[in-house]
Design a protein around this ligand. Structure first.
Ligand code: ASP
Length: 336
């Protein structure tokens, strides 16, 4: 009898020690898989399109590369000092909105009636909060207005006069619509009407900050010769812009109607979330879908670990990124 009870006690001790080692406090005896390291990073685009070496003079090319570099440096500087990813990308986009080189802010393309109507949006990946403005004609920096909609209103999108009034109430600078008119874009309207040019100069940015939070944003004048009142993908959350810390941040450029129809931005995020694709695989798959539908354009996407994807199907896309511990990359043409 004593032998049996000793045997049972020994058996119980063995069982409990097995459970303590293997299941105690929810820990596995296996070594945890190594997590990729999160680092601060920013990726930007300045639009895709018929951007060819043979059509570009060296001074204009240098100006584009310089602007892209300074936008990256500005955003990265903010991230380095511990600023948020939303602050960083707003600063980068304001720089590009204030430059006549890009189709956003100053330098926005013309509608068919010769006006400039601007769209912008921003989204942050930790709480899926988002803000957007559409069809504004007097807000100097639409991206700042989009941020105010996200942070200081219960709404996601405000349009036209309502958005302009809200921007003014938030203390943002309003300008005379003449401010946005540049000769280059006026000429582009003539060329587009004659169907000889296709260029999307929208700007966008995605960043990840020290807390691992992703923020994504897009700002545009839309498409040259658009009907007045036309709203593209750029201010539409899930189409031109999206951010989710669990997947990626996204900003698109291209023929906006297709990006809306495919919910391109959310599609990239969903492929990562539901199918477990990497950011590159997901972005390439959605780019392929857009190409198959006949859309031209491109996109930037980045995950929390600074993995970047920048696919496009046009001859060029102004693009670049800066990541912790790596050299800055700025590219224009498809063959770089
Ligand atoms: N996606 C923008 C739009 O359709 C245009 C662009 O990317 O330049 O409004």
């Amino acid at each position: 009898m004593q032998v049996i009870s000793r045997f049972i006690t020994l058996f119980l001790i063995m069982i409990s020690s097995f459970f303590l080692t293997n299941c105690g406090s929810g820990q596995s005896s296996e070594k945890p898989a190594q997590q990729p390291i999160k680092k601060i990073a920013v990726v930007i685009h300045g639009g895709a399109g018929t951007i060819k070496r043979e059509n570009m003079d060296s001074i204009t090319e240098a100006a584009y590369r310089w602007k892209l570099n300074s936008a990256l440096d500005t955003a990265y500087g903010i991230l380095e000092k511990g600023g948020t990813s939303c602050d960083a990308i707003q600063a980068a986009i304001v720089l590009m909105e204030n430059s006549p080189l890009f189709n956003a802010g100053k330098g926005a393309v013309f509608t068919a009636t010769g006006e400039n109507e601007l769209d912008a949006s921003i989204m942050r990946g930790n709480d899926l909060n988002a803000g957007a403005v559409a069809g504004v004609k007097t807000v100097k920096n639409p991206i700042l207005a989009a941020y105010q909609v996200m942070t200081n209103s219960p709404h996601v999108m405000l349009a036209r006069a309502g958005a302009e009034q809200f921007a003014s109430e938030q203390g943002l600078e309003l300008v005379n619509p003449e401010y946005f008119k540049t000769e280059r874009r006026a000429k582009q309207l003539e060329k587009i009407v004659k169907k000889v040019e296709k260029e999307f100069g929208t700007v966008g940015a995605v960043a990840v900050d020290r807390d691992g939070n992703i923020c994504a944003a897009t700002s545009t004048g839309g498409m040259t010769n658009k009907k007045w009142g036309r709203i593209g993908d750029s201010p539409v959350i899930g189409a031109g812009t999206y951010a989710n810390n669990n997947t990626c941040g996204f900003s698109g450029t291209g023929h906006g109607e297709y990006y809306i129809r495919t919910a391109a931005a959310h599609d990239v995020s969903a492929l990562m979330e539901y199918k477990g694709l990497s950011v590159e695989e997901a972005a390439n798959a959605v780019m392929q879908k857009l190409t198959n539908m006949g859309a031209s354009g491109g996109m930037i996407a980045m995950d929390q670990y600074g993995n970047v994807a920048m696919p496009f199907n046009t001859p060029g896309m102004y693009r670049g990124y800066k990541k912790e511990g790596e050299k800055t990359v700025v590219k224009i043409y498809a063959d770089e």
